[in-house]
Design a protein around this ligand. Structure first.
Ligand SMILES: Cc1cc2nc3c(=O)[nH]c(=O)nc-3n(C[C@H](O)[C@H](O)[C@H](O)COP(=O)(O)OP(=O)(O)OC[C@H]3O[C@@H](n4cnc5c(N)ncnc54)[C@H](O)[C@@H]3O)c2cc1C
Length: 370
């Protein structure tokens, strides 16, 4: 297809990104980024002074669902660096900011974020073992191991959450100090890596934020990070609903089509109900996050609702498709993989349920009857 400057984001994702998903899964598809640039879609929510589109966070959150109809969407249109750009803009030292930010927005440099470690419950980051020690010369020595570091194999810089004398800190480790131990096989897909740092020396200018601020900075990126991910899951859930409906109205069965059957109608209804409910919750969270609020209750409700809705929608679409729904050509197995991981990453659902339940009841205890 031809791609013009006024092509809409959703059309671009549906017509250009989704058909290329197998190629993108395999690490290819670089030419698609050029198409996105040519269409004026590149890095829209990133700051204009760094070469991005300067779109407001509120405006971006309103379209993140469309971009997220493919898990590769944000990467292809250059918005996947948003969380790292925001963190580095706010907290990196000038030397690192100048060296990295423009190239990061342009897609010439990639940054990964490494918090989770093998052998340590990601739900309890106070147990992280990776260390960063500051020497007399001010340089940091980073030692440890991380896993599920997304896209670490192509990263030029890894933001590592490490234990320092005064709590946890974030140190930006250049690629030459990162050993990629292996690519993890995640339900048959790649893209997640186990990496290690063997007494890697990192200059003092690579400390992000102040020493001991690591968990605060990590917490800060979570509200937007979770909301964005929930919006993208809603995008993929909607895509699943679309597939379900298209199949139901076209698959001949008996004298009619699948859509005539009440049990199929019910599958469509229940999935639609979950997706629309989750969308409303996610938009509520997005409106607060766009105003720079942490909104922990709203973000957790959105995260859990979006993960559940995606699971229901993909599973229902596969059921309506029958055996063909389990084959790669439909795209549904890829969506199912994202759906299953959604209940674990960005905080396992159980963590959101318990912390939010506690919050709600604590509020009530503090102000009974209101
Ligand atoms: C596709 C994918 C990409 C990821 N990308 C990154 C990345 O780029 N960088 C990074 O640092 N990490 C990343 N992660 C890791 C992710 O953040 C962790 O998986 C997550 O924090 C959960 O930690 P864990 O897997 O160690 O599970 P654990 O903390 O070991 O939890 C295991 C299970 O215990 C249960 N559980 C946990 N807490 C509670 C509770 N309070 N009450 C009751 N039950 C509970 C839940 O069922 C949970 O699934 C990624 C993960 C996936 C799947």
């Amino acid at each position: 297809m031809s791609v013009t400057g006024d092509i809409q984001l959703r059309q671009f994702v549906d017509e250009v990104v989704i058909p290329a998903e197998p190629e993108l899964d395999a690490g290819g598809g670089l030419a698609l980024r050029e198409l996105a640039r040519g269409a004026g879609l590149w890095a829209r929510p990133l700051p204009a002074e760094l070469g991005g589109g300067g779109q407001s966070l509120a405006d971006y959150l309103a379209v993140a669902e469309d971009e997220g109809r493919s898990d590769h969407g944000p990467d292809v249109v250059g918005s996947s660096s948003l969380l790292n750009v925001r963190m580095l803009t706010a907290y990196a030292q000038p030397e690192l900011r100048d060296a990295v930010l423009t190239d990061l927005v342009a897609g010439r440099v990639h940054v990964s974020y490494a918090m989770t470690e093998p052998g340590v419950a990601g739900s309890d980051p106070s147990k992280l073992r990776t260390t960063a020690e500051r020497g007399a010369d001010g340089w940091w020595t980073v030692t440890g191991r991380k896993w599920f570091t997304s896209a670490a194999a192509r990263a030029d810089l890894v933001l590592v959450v490490a234990r320092t004398g005064d709590g946890f800190s974030i140190v930006a480790v250049p690629a030459k100090g990162v050993r990629v131990e292996r690519e993890l096989d995640v339900l048959g897909a790649g893209g997640q890596h186990e990496i290690s740092f063997d007494a890697v020396r990192v200059p003092s200018a690579h400390l992000v934020g102040e020493p001991g601020q690591g968990m605060r900075l990590a917490g800060e990126r979570l509200a937007l990070g979770r909301t964005l991910r929930a919006l993208r899951w809603i995008g993929q859930a909607q895509r699943s609903l679309d597939l379900l409906a298209d199949r139901a109205v076209s698959r001949a069965l008996g004298d009619g089509v699948l859509a005539d059957r009440q049990l199929v109608q019910r599958l469509a209804f229940e999935a639609e109900l979950e997706v629309r409910s989750a969308r409303l919750l996610t938009r509520e969270a997005a409106a607060l996050v766009a105003r720079d609020e942490r909104a922990p209750v709203e973000v957790s409700l959105a995260k859990v609702a979006a993960a559940r809705a995606l699971n229901t929608a993909v599973d229902s679409a596969i059921q309506v498709y029958g055996a063909e729904g389990l084959t790669a050509a439909t795209g549904l197995p890829r969506l199912m993989r994202v759906a299953r991981a959604a209940r674990i990453l960005d905080g396992a659902d159980e963590l959101h349920v318990t912390t939010t339940g506690q919050r709600l009841l604590t509020r009530r205890r503090a102000a009974p009857g209101r």
